[in-house]
Design a protein around this ligand. Structure first.
Ligand SMILES: Cc1cc2nc3c(=O)[nH]c(=O)nc-3n(C[C@H](O)[C@H](O)[C@H](O)COP(=O)(O)OP(=O)(O)OC[C@H]3O[C@@H](n4cnc5c(N)ncnc54)[C@H](O)[C@@H]3O)c2cc1C
Length: 512
């Protein structure tokens, strides 16, 4: 499975890209763009040059309409109205790093915006080609190139879908340990570009903990190979410059990721607490006593009732660990001892099986948005000392926003210093107000969360939807990011309009 030419493995499993569940109402070819942006039409001679550089170049308006959207709930609302966020002028599907280099060189020379995209499972519009130009679909570059079993590192191409990656590793007795809920919808490149987190992250880490090295093509076609070592002291960590950059600083064309032996031993446990805050105290105690079981999640009473019928006003917590029996047993013993020191009830561990059976089930989203409701999620992180206030303030903001129907929270990923809070909310609205109500919910919830000490995002990223909050979240840090962007991409061609960065192609607006 080694491919020294850095091209896609022709034997690897390739497949069509999954699409967001809401069908674009009417004829996608004539769907109007909801983003008010001046788009760049790619001149015919540039399209010809692209055809010479890349085997697959698509200009069919229906395909471009479909490919120009992702799982951003506002884009799904627009789809019910026969609108799309925006549409590229052409879409290219490179099959090798060399094709990526050639495409970027052409676009950079002609000042054409380039928006990388992959599974399009992003939930914030990050892969939407706001200013038209070229969309760079990375899904043809897929497959595992090499496995270093001694160092436990896999060299994988960016367009490899999560389930394909994990299945291939499992066939060799290995696992990547990264289990986003969007496992079958998202790619390795998308995980890295968004700084994603899997459901088993307490043991295996977030994607930034798993990355050992990257291949990145810059806007002018220069190839950078970052990292490669277990640790190094040669200036700042360049891996981490590109992880989370959402396609704005470079295109990821290869990744070296940590892998693990397939675990032979697994244990589960479940508890319930009389309040979300007493559950948070227990989580903190588990982690700060040194136990890091793979799955460690706590649901507030609203979400507990939704996931675990019978929870009846209590906050349910689930725990699952896997790996070396001695370590798993030690972790589970710390988990249990922390629960006995708190006000926890011990629940039947079959609750964990209920969660395992339903953890990737998202059909309610499609059903509710199709029926005209607003449904969305928002994840942030904060220190343990701030988490109760972040949860209270954000829920209050969501529950008092116009049209609010429900809001709940769970704690999905924990660390020594704090944790991730993940909010789910729903609202009703007259059809003509859905866009403004959706954005009002985000404005209220984000303001409340930031005001109580939260980060802007824990693992979904910024994309389009959160761009307007980045100045509040980072302060002068945004100027640092803008400077890095200008240095690496002076013409600003890579994914303009995202991450709250300055755009070389003007502005865009929607009802916010
Ligand atoms: C049902 C559902 C559940 C989800 N659950 C989780 C979860 O548990 N954890 C989690 O972290 N996220 C989750 N997400 C969000 C989403 O799946 C992740 O953000 C994912 O990492 C995006 O990957 P993708 O391949 O779909 O990327 P896309 O959506 O296509 O792109 C996302 C961003 O990455 C950039 N990008 C993509 N490929 C490259 C590349 N090769 N080089 C440079 N930039 C690139 C794009 O430009 C864009 O900015 C979920 C989404 C859905 C719809």
């Amino acid at each position: 499975m080694t491919d020294p030419q850095n091209t896609a493995d022709p034997t690897s499993q390739s497949r069509g890209v999954p699409v967001p569940p809401i069908v674009i109402s009417g004829d996608p070819a004539s769907a109007a763009s909801a983003l008010n942006a001046k788009t760049v039409a790619v001149p015919e001679q540039v399209v010809e040059a692209l055809r010479g550089a890349c085997a697959e170049v698509v200009d069919d308006p229906s395909t471009l309409a479909e490919e120009g959207r992702d799982w951003w709930p506002l884009a799904m609302i627009w789809a019910t109205e026969g609108r799309i966020p925006s549409r590229a002028s052409v879409l290219v599907r490179p099959a090798s790093q060399q094709e990526v280099i050639d495409v970027l060189r052409i676009c950079n020379e002609h000042r054409v915006p380039v928006t990388p995209s992959a599974g399009r499972s992003g939930v914030l519009g990050a892969s939407v080609p706001v200013f038209g130009g070229v969309q760079l679909d990375m899904c043809q570059m897929n497959g595992i190139r090499e496995i270093d079993r001694s160092s436990m590192v896999a060299d994988v191409l960016p367009g490899t879908f999560g389930d394909v990656y994990e299945d291939e590793l499992r066939s060799q007795g290995l696992t990547g340990g990264h289990w986003p809920q969007s496992m079958t919808l998202s790619t390795v490149g998308g995980w890295l570009a968004c700084r994603g987190a899997g459901q088993f992250s307490t043991r295996y880490g977030k994607i930034e903990d798993m990355v050992v090295g990257l291949d990145v093509v810059l806007a002018d076609g220069t190839v950078v190979r970052t990292g490669g070592f277990p640790r190094a002291a040669v200036g700042p960590d360049l891996n981490q410059l590109f992880v989370g950059s959402e396609g704005t600083l470079g295109v990821i064309t290869g990744a070296r990721l940590k892998i693990h032996e397939l675990p032979g031993h697994q244990r589960k446990a479940a508890y319930s607490f009389d309040s979300f805050n007493s559950g948070l105290d227990w989580l903190r105690s588990v982690i700060q006593r040194g136990a890091k079981p793979a799955v460690l999640r706590l649901y507030d009473p609203v979400e507990s009732l939704r996931h675990f019928p019978g929870a009846d006003g209590r906050s349910v917590a689930i725990v699952l660990d896997e790996g070396e029996p001695a370590i798993v047993d030690a972790y589970m013993s710390v988990v249990d001892s922390a629960a006995r020191d708190s006000s926890a009830n011990i629940e039947d561990s079959s609750v964990v099986d209920t969660w395992l059976g339903e953890r990737n089930e998202v059909s309610a989203l499609e059903a509710l948005i199709s029926r005209g409701f607003i449904v969305d999620t928002m994840e942030v992180s904060g220190r343990w000392s701030d988490l109760p206030a972040i949860a209270d303030a954000t829920l209050e903001a969501l529950r008092t926003a116009p049209g609010s129907l429900a809001a709940g929270v769970h704690c999905s990923h924990s660390y020594e210093a704090g944790a991730c809070l993940y909010f789910t909310f729903a609202a009703e609205s007259p059809p003509e107000d859905r866009e403004s109500r959706h954005q009002a919910l985000w404005t209220a919830a984000t303001g409340a969360a930031l005001g109580a000490g939260a980060s802007l995002s824990h693992h979904h990223g910024v994309g389009l939807n959160r761009g307007r909050f980045v100045r509040d979240a980072l302060g002068s840090g945004l100027d640092v990011l803008d400077s890095i962007k200008s240095a690496l991409d002076p013409n600003g061609i890579l994914n303009p309009g995202k991450l709250g960065l300055k755009s070389s192609f003007g502005t865009f607006s929607f009802d916010q």
